[in-house]
Design a protein around this ligand. Sequence first.
Ligand code: PYC
Length: 330
Amino acid sequence: MRFAKYFSAVDSHTEGMPTRVITGGVGVIPGETMADKRLNFVKNHDHIRKLLVNEPRGHAAMSGAILQPPTRQDADWGVLFIEVSGLLPMCGHGTIGVATVLVETGMVEVTEPVTTVRLDTPAGLVLADYDTRTNLVTIRNVPAYAHELDATVDVPGLGEVRYDMAYGGNFYAILPLDQLGIPFDRAEKDRILAAGLSIMDQINAANRPAHPADSAISGCKHVQFTAPGQDGAHSRNAMAIHPGWFDRSPCGTGTCARMAQLHARGELGIGADFVNESFIGTRFIGRLLEEVPLGDRTAVVPTVAGRAWITGMGQYLLDATDPFPEGFSL
Ligand code: PYC
């Protein structure tokens, strides 16, 4: 045996979307804040992300979280969110997965019936309440806001596309799928994905969004195609994500962005439930707690509730002779 790297992990899925929680093997990434650690990781350690999410250890829609010591005293753990497109500032389904893993493996002190896990993320402090009776996790996310309403962008092959840009821990271009004349149907996934990737490319070239308080959070890698809800859900989404995959969960930060967009449009009040359904039919329940200032804007504090399940525990290894030390994608 000639292992060059050795990582321990607890694998989980949140309403269908994987979170590979890396519990050991990475070491402590330098940085005074989790935002600093994220930038340092991108610059110096991105080969670890690639090894853990790319084939053959991962797949084209793989996602995970690397546990770190927190950089602030009011947090239990620090987290870096990894996925095939890079390192996200924040990830909702990933936070639900991390909280579930921390509680169910005893990596935090467990209190009945609700254990609150405080996570230091690159986007800010996020609280996760794990209900030991139902395994429902309710996260209190960083402030979300509507960045721009009724923006337009010219997209080759699609013409002028109208969208709203909102932030919920990542930036989301939000538009109804029927604007493109494509049915909300998984059989149409190739057309939907191609449209999403073209739209985000044009937005990033013509009108790239940046966070008012943190310029390191910028760019649009997610296009949220919405459709009317069904069976009690308020909305459904097909979430097209760079470089070419769909969220299997309803998307935690995307649900927060959508609630901020609806609030800015006067269509979602503080305290009202918002049930959001994923492309595979799973659900998150969101709610807005209050309005808060964010630079010169008004933001909202959102919560999102969903469940995660542990699917495995393992070690991910790199043999020194492996010809694919960073994996690959096809
Ligand atoms: O749940 O926030 C989320 C998320 C982001 C990308 C995939 N899932």
